[in-house]
Design a protein around this ligand. Structure first.
Ligand SMILES: [Zn+2]
Length: 472
C-alpha cells in the first residue's frame, strides 16, 4: 500500500512515541522507514540509517538494526514457549520462509519456533545465527505477527555453540548428545555399580495408564553403557548454562541421532537419571522405531510405531515433559498417531521441507533452471550423502531433461527426487563458477523474491497439512 509515499507493508506500520516505523519495498531492497508522526519531532529510536529528509530515516536491514528492532518492538524477539501444549519448529535454511509460515501460525493455537537451525545447516548454507534470527525478526515485524515465536539453537553439541546461540537471545537450546551415546554392539558392557543395581533392579516402576516397567540386569547394563556418558554430558551443560539461571531458555535433550532406536526402558532410564540429577528440560527427543528420513513420509511398521509412541508418551507424561519429534517433515501417515499418543502435547520439528517447497516454486516458474539444478544435484549426491542418512533409489528417477515443462514440478512429489534435492541444498547454494560468482544462489534468490507470494502460498498449504494431521 502507499503510505507516506512509500510502497509500505501494511501490517508493519507501528506508531511508537513521536515516530512511526514501517517496512517498505524499494526497487531492489526492503528497508525500514522511521518517520516522525504528524507534528512529532524526529526520533531515530536508535536505528542507524540514511537521512532522507523531513526527519525520515531509511534503515537498512542490518544486524545492528535488527537488535534495535527487537528492543523497540519486543514481539520481534524470540521468547520461550515450549510449555505450551503444542509447539512446532519450522527451520528456514534460506531465510525467506517466515512470511509463509506466519500465514499458518497466525490462525492456529500452536507455538511456532520460526528460527531453528543446526550447526550442520549453518555450515552447509554459510549462514550465521545472527542472520537466521534477524531474517525472522524482520519477517515477523513486516507481517505484524505479535503472538510470539521461539528461536532454537538446534542440535548443538559444544559449549561454544550453545553460548553463541544463547548470547544472541535464542530462546531454546536442543542439546545433541549423540557424540556421547555409545553403540551397544561396539562397546564392552560396563560392570553395574551398586547404586544402579539398588535403584533399578528387582522392582517394578508403575508409570500410570496401565504401564509398568522393570529392568533385567542386561537391560540395565545396556542402558548404562549406551547412555551413561550422554547423561553426564547433559548434566554438565545444564549446570553450566541453566542451573544458576544465567540464561532463560527452553532446554531440549536430543538422543535421536543414533543408529538404533531408543527402547522404552532406555528412555525411562535417561529421563529418571537426568531428573534425579536436577536437570530440568522441556522436551526430550528419543529415536523412534522405523525410519524418519528427511523430507519424505514415515517408513516402517506404523502399528509398531504407534505402540512404541504410546509407551514413550506415557513415560513423558509420568515425568512431566513433552516428546519432541525430529525430522517431522512430511510424516503424514504417523501424525494422527503422534497427536493421539501424546494427547496433543508435543513438539515437532521440520526443516528441509521449506527448502523443498522453495524448489517446487523453481520447478513451477523456471523448469529449465530446475533441470539444471537437478542434474547438478545428481552429480554431487554421493558427496551430500555423507551428511544425511537417506536411501533414495536414483535409478528410478525419470530423465529430467526428457520431461515436459509441466511435468517438472511433479518431481517434488517423488520421494527419490525429494531426497536428492533435500540433502544437496548446501552444495547447490554454494556452487561457484570459475569467475567466483555463484552458479545458482543469486538466480534462485532473485526468483524467490519475484515469486514471494507463490512461495508463501505453497509453504502455508504444505505446513498447514502437517498441522491438520496433527489435530490442530
Ligand atoms: Zn534430531
Amino acid at each position: 500500500m502507499d503510505y507516506l509515499g512509500f510502497d509500505a507493508y501494511e501490517k508493519s506500520i507501528r506508531p511508537t512515541g513521536s515516530s512511526v516505523v514501517f517496512m517498505a519495498r524499494e526497487a531492489d531492497e526492503i528497508v525500514i522507514i522511521c518517520a516522525p508522526q504528524e507534528g512529532g519531532a524526529p526520533d531515530a529510536l536508535g536505528f542507524t540509517g540514511q537521512d532522507i529528509g523531513r526527519g525520515r530515516l531509511r534503515v537498512p536491514l542490518t544486524h545492528e538494526n535488527a537488535e534495535v528492532l527487537r528492543k523497540r518492538f519486543p514481539f520481534t524477539a524470540p521468547v520461550r514457549g515450549l510449555t505450551r501444549d503444542r509447539s512446532f519448529g519450522v527451520g528456514d535454511r534460506l531465510g525467506i520462509a517466515t512470511p509463509g509460515h506466519i500465514r499458518v501460525f497466525e490462525t492456529c493455537d500452536v507455538f511456532p519456533v520460526f528460527a531453528q537451525q543446526s550447526m550442520r545447516e549453518l555450515n552447509l548454507t554459510g549462514r550465521t545465527y545472527e542472520e537466521v534470527l534477524d531474517a525472522v525478526s524482520f519477517a515477523v515485524f513486516r507481517e505484524g505477527f505479535t503472538k510470539g515465536f521461539g528461536a532454537d539453537g538446534d542440535h548443538l553439541k559444544t559449549v561454544e555453540d550453545v553460548e553463541y546461540a544463547l548470547s544472541l537471545g535464542f530462546s531454546m537450546i536442543t542439546l545433541d548428545c549423540s557424540d556421547y551415546i555409545k553403540s551397544e554392539v561396539a562397546e564392552p558392557a560396563l560392570p553395574l555399580s551398586q547404586p544402579y543395581r539398588d535403584k533399578y533392579l528387582n522392582q517394578t516402576f508403575t508409570l500410570g495408564e496401565g504401564i509398568t516397567l522393570s529392568f533385567t540386569e542386561q537391560a540395565l547394563r545396556q542402558s548404562v553403557t549406551v547412555y551413561g556418558a550422554a547423561i553426564g554430558f547433559a548434566q554438565d551443560m545444564y549446570t553450566r548454562f541453566f542451573k544458576h539461571t544465567r540464561y532463560e531458555a527452553d532446554f531440549e535433550i536430543s538422543i535421536d541421532e543414533t543408529a538404533t532406536s531408543t527402547t522404552p526402558l532406555q528412555h525411562f532410564f535417561v529421563a529418571r537419571e537426568l531428573i534425579d540429577a536436577g536437570v530440568s528440560f522441556a522436551t526430550l527427543a528419543p529415536r523412534f522405531c522405523g525410519s524418519f528420513q528427511k523430507g519424505i513420509d514415515y517408513r516402517g511398521d506404523v502399528a509398531q510405531f504407534e505402540a512404541d509412541m504410546h509407551i514413550h508418551g506415557v513415560i513423558a507424561r509420568h515425568f512431566g515433559y513433552k516428546l519432541s519429534i525430529h525430522s517431522g517433515s512430511d510424516k503424514f501417515s504417523v501424525f494422527p498417531r503422534i497427536s493421539r499418543e501424546t494427547r496433543g502435547v508435543f513438539h515437532v520439528k521440520t526443516a528441509g521441507t521449506s527448502w523443498l517447497e522453495a524448489m517446487r516454486v523453481v520447478a513451477l516458474v523456471d523448469p529449465s533452471l530446475y533441470r539444471e539444478i537437478h542434474q547438478y544435484a545428481l552429480s554431487v549426491f554421493e558427496e551430500a550423502a555423507a551428511y544425511y542418512h537417506v536411501t533414495p533409489d536414483l535409478t528410478r528417477l525419470p530423465e529430467v531433461d526428457a520431461l515436459k515443462d509441466e511435468e517438472v514440478p511433479g518431481l517434488l512429489d517423488d520421494d527419490d527426487a525429494r531426497q536428492l534435492i533435500h540433502i544437496t541444498y548446501g552444495l547447490i547454494l554454494n556452487k561457484k563458477n570459475p569467475d567466483g560468482t555463484y552458479t545458482f544462489k543469486d538466480l534462485l534468490y532473485r526468483l524467490w523474491k519475484n515469486h514471494a507470494g507463490l512461495y508463501a502460498e505453497k509453504l502455508a498449504s504444505h505446513i498447514g497439512k502437517h498441522l491438520t494431521l496433527l489435530g490442530v
